[in-house]
Design a protein around this ligand. Structure first.
Ligand code: RUQ
Ligand code: CUA
Length: 668
C-alpha cells in the first residue's frame, strides 16, 4: 500500500528530470523516446515514478517522520553546515568539531594529548606545549576534559577562541580558532582537581576554573583529622589577554572557598555581569573511608537537604586582588576566605539537593540549578539576591562564617521537572531545556511560568545538552544536542562498551524531536558549544611562509626556498629543509651515530589544503606541515643505519616519490 506524502511528491518532482538526464546520458541519446516516458530510461536505471520513494521508504521501513528527519539533516555534497559544535573529547583529551545539522565530524583538535594525525605532540613546539601542562608530580599524558567555552564579546560568541578544562589534573587550555590550534596550557598547584571550568565572563576578561575535591591548598599534605581546618576549595579567575591570545598567569587570582565539593560554574551576564555562580555538593564535608569505618562517600555526602549555591562578586574580587589583599600560595595570588567574607565577595544561598548544573538565563536575571536528587530545577532571582546581599539580609552563616541568604526570598520559583535534572540550556522563545538523567529525557519548560510543556525521550542517560548559541545573551533555538552517556539498542554492538550518543533535536518543529543519532566513539564528551558557522573566520594558509602556528609569527628558523642547507656544529646537525610538491630539499640527511639533529622544516605551499607530512622511520618523527607552516624538531640518532624518510600525505601524483633518506654512519 502506498501512502501519498506531499513532500515526497515534491522531492520527486524536482529530482525526476536529473534522473532522466543521467539515464539518457548513460544509455546514449534515444531521439525516438519522449522524455519522461518509461522507454527513455536505460535498463537498470531508476524509473522516475512517484512510487519510488514510497517503495524505498517501505523497503527500509522508514516512516514519514524518518524522511522528514533525513531531509532536515541531509547535507548534499558541497553544502556547508549552519553551525559548528565544539565537543569535549572527555578523557581522550581532545576536542571534536562537528557540523550541524549534518553531524559530520570536521576535525579533531589535539589539546592535552598527542594527536598524531596533525603531528601534535611530535615536534619541539607542541611537545613543549604538552609538557607545559605537567604538574609537580610529573609528566601527564592524558586529561579528563569536560567543558569547552567559546570566547564572548558582550555576552555573544565572537568565534575567536575556545577554552577547555582538565578535571583530573586541573588545567585550562586555549585554542585559537584562526586555525583550530591549541596555543597554551596553564595549571597551578593551588588545587588538585577541578570541575567548574571552563566558563567565561561576558567579555572574556576571565576564564573561570573552580576546584571540585577539597584538598590542602598548594599541594601540601594534611590528614583527614585536619579536614575541616586544612582542606579547602578555590575558584581561579584566569585573566585572558585577548590581544596576545594568552592567559596571563601573573594577572590571575583565586578565591579560597570552604571544603565543600564546588561543582559547576557560570558567569552572570547583563544585569548580573560581574557576578559568578557555583553550585556545590557534599556540604556534609565527607571524605569517604569505607574500609576505615566510615560510611560510603556517596551516602554520607547526600544527607543534607540543601547545599550551597556560591554567589561571588568577581568584579569586586578583581579590585581586592589588584589592591594586593592576597597571599600567594604556590604560584597563585589568593584572596583568603576571611577576606572574601569581610569584603562581601562570597555569599551562599541554599540549593536542593546535591545539585548539578548552574546556568544563567540569557537575560541574566535568573540562574537555574538542577536538583539531581530532587525533582525540581530551582530558578534563582539574581536581582533579588543582589538586593539581599546589599542589605545584608542574612539568615545565618556556614561553619566558616560565610553569610547565607533565605532560600525562599532568593528564588523566582521551582519547576517540577522529573527524576534527576542536571543541566539547562535556552532558546530564543523563552523556553529552557533541562537534561533529566534518570528519566532520559530533555524537558522543555517555560521560564515565564516554570511549567514543563514537553519532554523528548533521549537514548540514554543524558548528561549535558547544548543548544545553538545557547550560553549567550541571545540563543538561536533551532537545534539542540542531547549528549547521552549510554547508547543501548541504538547502534550495532562493538563489544561490551558502546559509543556515546549525540542526538540532534529539532527545536523548530511544533514538537521537538530527535532527528539524528551520532555515535561518538571516544571518551565521555560531557559538554559542547554550538556557534553559528559564519562567526568563524579560519585562515586558509599560514602567512608569511614559515609561520609557527603557536605564535602566528614567522619562526626564527623559517627556511626560504633556495636557502636550504645542512650545518654541522660538533655533534649538532642543523638541517634547514623545505617541502613542496613533490620533494623535500634536502632529501638526504647525513649524520653520525650519536649526533643530535635539529630539523627546521618549512612548507613552501600557499594553496589551501596542500599539506605534507614528514615521517622518519624508527625515530618517532611525525610532522604535519600545513601550507606555509614551519616546524622544528630535535632528535638523537643513536643507532647507525639507513632510515627512509617520506611524506605522509598523498599530496600529488608523485607523492610516493616525495621521499629521501636519513643516513646515520657508524662511529669512527
Ligand atoms: S558535568 S553530566 Cu562534568 Cu559537566 Cu554534568
Ligand atoms: Cu608531500 Cu606527499
Amino acid at each position: 500500500m502506498t501512502r501519498h506524502i506531499p513532500f515526497v511528491r515534491l522531492a520527486l518532482a524536482t529530482a525526476a528530470p536529473a534522473t532522466l538526464a543521467l539515464a539518457a546520458a548513460c544509455s546514449g541519446p534515444d531521439p525516438t523516446a519522449a522524455p519522461g516516458t518509461p522507454g527513455s530510461a536505460a535498463p537498470g536505471a531508476a524509473p522516475a515514478a512517484s512510487g519510488d520513494l514510497a517503495a524505498l521508504m517501505k523497503a527500509r521501513g522508514l516512516s514519514e517522520d524518518d524522511v522528514t528527519a533525513a531531509l532536515k539533516t541531509y547535507t548534499p555534497t558541497g553544502k556547508k553546515d549552519e553551525y559548528f559544535v565544539f565537543a569535549s573529547g572527555g578523557h581522550g583529551g581532545n576536542v571534536i568539531v562537528i557540523g550541524v545539522p549534518s553531524m559530520r565530524i570536521l576535525k579533531y583538535i589535539g589539546v592535552f594529548t598527542p594527536e598524531p594525525w596533525q603531528g601534535y605532540g611530535f615536534d619541539d613546539p607542541t611537545r613543549a606545549l604538552l609538557r607545559s601542562g605537567d604538574r609537580a608530580v610529573g609528566e601527564l599524558n592524558w586529561a579528563d576534559m569536560h567543558h569547552p567555552a567559546l570566547s564572548e564579546t558582550g555576552g555573544e560568541y565572537d568565534g575567536q577562541y575556545l577554552f577547555v578544562n582538565d578535571k583530573a589534573n586541573p588545567r585550562v587550555a586555549v585554542i585559537n580558532l584562526k586555525d583550530f590550534t591549541t596555543t597554551q596550557i596553564v595549571t597551578t598547584e593551588l588545587i588538585q582537581s577541578e570541575h567548574g571550568a571552563t566558563f567565561v565572563t561576558p567579555n572574556t576578561d576571565y576564564i573561570i576554573e573552580s576546584s571540585q575535591y577539597p584538598t590542602p591548598l598548594g599541594g601540601a599534605y594534611a590528614d583527614f583529622t585536619k579536614f575541616n581546618d586544612s582542606y579547602r576549595g578555590a575558584v581561579i579567575l584566569w585573566k585572558f589577554d585577548r590581544e596576545k591570545g594568552k592567559i596571563d598567569k601573573a594577572q590571575s587570582f583565586a578565591i579560597e572557598l570552604p571544603p565543600y565539593m564546588q561543582d559547576l560554574a557560570d558567569a552572570g551576564k547583563k544585569v548580573s555581569d560581574g557576578w559568578l555562580f557555583i553550585n556545590s555538593i557534599n556540604t556534609e564535608r565527607c571524605w569517604g573511608g569505607n574500609l576505615e569505618g566510615n560510611p560510603p562517600l556517596e551516602s554520607c555526602a547526600s544527607q543534607n537537604d540543601m547545599d550551597y549555591l556560591h554567589v561571588i562578586n568577581w568584579k569586586k574580587a578583581a579590585e581586592i586582588a589588584a589592591a594586593g589583599k592576597t597571599t600567594t600560595i604556590s604560584d597563585m595570588r589568593v584572596i583568603g576566605l576571611q577576606t572574601a567574607i569581610d569584603e562581601q565577595l562570597l555569599t551562599f544561598v541554599p540549593e536542593p539537593k546535591s545539585p548539578h548544573g548552574v546556568d544563567v538565563t540569557p537575560d541574566g536575571t535568573g540562574v537555574v540549578v538542577g536538583g539531581k536528587l530532587d525533582t525540581h530545577t530551582t530558578v534563582y532571582d539574581i536581582p533579588k539576591i543582589l538586593q539581599l546581599i546589599a542589605a545584608k539580609t542574612y539568615t545565618g552563616k556556614d561553619p566558616y562564617g560565610v553569610p547565607i541568604l533565605d532560600f525562599k526570598a532568593a528564588i523566582k520559583g521551582q519547576c517540577e521537572i522529573g527524576l534527576g535534572p542536571l543541566h539547562t540550556v535556552f532558546d530564543d522563545k523563552g523556553f529552557a531545556y533541562t537534561s533529566v538523567f534518570i528519566e532520559s529525557v530533555v524537558a522543555k519548560w517555560s521560564l515565564a511560568d516554570l511549567k514543563v510543556v514537553d519532554k523528548v525521550s533521549t537514548h540514554y542517560n543524558i548528561g549535558h545538552l547544548v543548544s545553538a548559541e545557547g550560553d549567550t545573551v541571545s540563543p538561536d533555538g533551532k537545534y539542540l544536542i542531547a549528549m547521552n552517556k549510554w547508547a543501548l539498542d541504538r547502534f550495532a554492538g562493538v563489544g561490551p562498551l558502546l559509543p556515546q550518543n549525540f542526538q540532534l533535536v529539532d527545536l523548530d518543529a511544533a514538537k521537538p524531536r530527535v532527528i539524528y543519532d551520532m555515535p561518538l566513539p571516544l571518551g565521555e564528551p560531557h559538554n559542547a558549544q554550538m556557534i553559528k558557522a559564519d562567526k568563524l573566520k579560519p585562515i586558509e594558509v599560514y602567512k608569511p611562509v614559515g609561520t609557527n602556528p603557536l605564535t602566528h609569527e614567522k619562526d626564527a628558523f623559517a627556511v626560504e626556498g633556495g636557502k636550504e642547507r645542512i650545518e654541522r656544529n660538533g655533534t649538532d646537525v642543523h638541517v634547514y629543509m623545505t617541502a613542496i610538491r613533490s620533494h623535500f630539499t634536502p632529501d638526504i640527511v647525513r649524520a653520525k651515530e650519536g649526533d643530535t639533529i635539529h630539523l627546521h622544516l618549512t612548507s613552501l605551499e600557499q594553496a589551501h589544503d596542500a599539506t605534507h607530512g614528514l615521517a622518519i622511520g624508527s625515530h618517532d618523527i611525525n610532522i604535519s606541515l600545513e601550507p606555509g607552516e614551519h616546524s622544528n624538531v630535535t632528535f638523537k640518532v643513536p643507532k647507525a643505519g639507513v632510515y627512509p624518510l617520506y611524506c605522509t600525505e598523498f599530496c600529488s601524483a608523485l607523492h610516493l616519490e616525495m621521499a629521501g633518506y636519513l643516513l646515520v654512519e657508524p662511529k669512527g
